[in-house]
Design a protein around this ligand. Sequence first.
Ligand code: FAD
Length: 423
Amino acid sequence: MTGMAEIAVVGGGMVGIASAIALRERGLDVVLCDPGEARARTSYGNAGVISRGSILPMASPALWSKLPAYLRNADRALRLDYRHLPRIAPYLAHFLANARESRWRDSASALIPLTSAAYPAHERLAAKTGTSHRLVRNGWIKAYRTEEAFRGAALEREILREHGVAFDILDGHTLREHEPALVRPYARAMLLPETGSVREPGRLVEACEALYARMGGQRVRASVNRLFPDGDGWSVVLDDGTFRAKRVVLAAGAATGALTKPLGYRFAVAAERGYHRHFALRPESPPLTRPILDTGAASILAPMGESGIRVLSGVELSARQAPPDFSQIAAASREAAGTLALGGPLDNEPWLGSRPATPDGMPVIGWAPKHDGLIFAFGHGHIGLSTGPITGEIVADLATGRPPSVPINPFSADRLLQWPRLA
Ligand SMILES: Cc1cc2nc3c(=O)[nH]c(=O)nc-3n(C[C@H](O)[C@H](O)[C@H](O)COP(=O)(O)OP(=O)(O)OC[C@H]3O[C@@H](n4cnc5c(N)ncnc54)[C@H](O)[C@@H]3O)c2cc1C
């Protein structure tokens, strides 16, 4: 590559590819760097849920009552890999510091403009990529096995109501009318009708890559080893050479921390790993029409297109590159077999991905505080598939000097640098 590109985008998951497309649309000369392994992206293997109501971070005030079970690895929502505790300890400390009602409410207020803009941004992207048939807006369901579990989510409902997020409460009978495929009895459920979902999110990312190529976007199929400011721009170092760009967008998902550290940013971020496995529904079963969160199993069951039912696990806190541990997805799959009439697995081995997580459950979107020409777009945690396209539009706003369409002050990197000993 000769000369200096106007902007390089590092990472081609939902966030990076949406940024690259939006930047091309604004007429910039863009170079997208990503090794291009579809299954290596978290954007490939998620549940595909796009919900306005996804405004309540994992660091919730309810966490404290569950902490003893979490620490014993006795709750399906979390597996803590103690071998990697020193590495994830800073993240855990900050995560626990966020598990307060006031912080939960602050995050919800900051996130609602972003999650509200997420579905319209997906519609725009789907129209351009020809994937509108993969976008379904018939809601998603959070199902509770007991009245006690339902009562335990009262604060969540109160905050959703305060932010005008629509939901209907269903009893067990009405839930079965909505989803006759469910064979497990549930006490109550919450149906969030504004929610949409993407069937086969990996196919959406592939369609985005094809669109980007048709738009004349440049592509480097390689990992970026290092970035450094260089004169009036940046040098981007690959295995087999270096190229220059005036500006850089850092959107490498859970791998972003490794690239920011040499630049002097020590963020308390973590890879919240998660697994999925696909199953067929038995022929006699009615179809599952929308994603279901079985709160009792801490597992989502999401109808995909070609791939059947995707069963997804809770969170595993471990090193990003540690070998997989299939115990959580095995447990989730056993539970799923009691929830739906499932046939055998459709894939040989479960998939593993890493949610790029911040302790307060909010992404980092904005200009880097200590450098010129560097835009951060990472840390989307549990909502990166849904908020990726709107993040791409915001990145393009920043790069072209327009005010972002969504307030991004709460997503500034500064908030994660304020922690003692991490800045
Ligand atoms: C089990 C599970 C269920 C989920 N369900 C949902 C859901 O229902 N809804 C939702 O909104 N979100 C969900 N998520 C979260 C969502 O998948 C992520 O937030 C999102 O995919 C993050 O997108 P990203 O582009 O930041 O990262 P990724 O998709 O991981 O993309 C990062 C890219 O950067 C590339 N990269 C890494 N290092 C380098 C480097 N050095 N140089 C160049 N490229 C590099 C990688 O190859 C990769 O392609 C789920 C996640 C999991 C694990």
